[in-house]
Design a protein around this ligand. Structure first.
Ligand SMILES: [Zn+2]
Ligand SMILES: [Zn+2]
Length: 109
């Protein structure tokens, strides 16, 4: 059987998980309500989460215009700022930001 210390640890972990998750959903709903437009889509911001790449300068080419895209991490953006902004796409994953937002909005209802 688990000791009291282990049970407390599980309790704490569980509470932290619930707290983190509630915050995530709250921020997600707020971002939708405020219509706050960022370079990254809601999925990249709230679902994919923190970038896991190594902190080193890396480069790739924009998937639309082939321009070189520099990044401070090995987790590279899909598009350059210009192409992403011009086409309403997520700079990180290259998806259509508004379609993602509309779908998430429907799911949350
Ligand atoms: Zn581009
Ligand atoms: Zn994205």
């Amino acid at each position: 059987m688990e000791t009291t210390t282990e049970l407390n640890e599980i309790r704490n972990r569980t509470n932290r998980r619930i707290f983190d998750f509630e915050n995530k959903i709250k921020n997600l709903k707020k971002a939708i309500a405020d219509d706050d437009d960022q370079k990254e889509c809601l999925s990249c911001r709230f679902v994919t989460g923190v970038r896991m790449g190594l902190a080193k300068i890396s480069s790739t080419n924009c998937k639309l215009c082939q321009k070189e895209v520099l990044s401070g991490s090995t987790d590279l953006n899909h598009l350059c700022d210009n192409c992403a902004t011009k086409n309403g796409l997520c700079v990180r994953c290259g998806c259509n930001k508004n379609e993602v937002k509309d779908s998430i909005q429907k799911i949350l209802k």
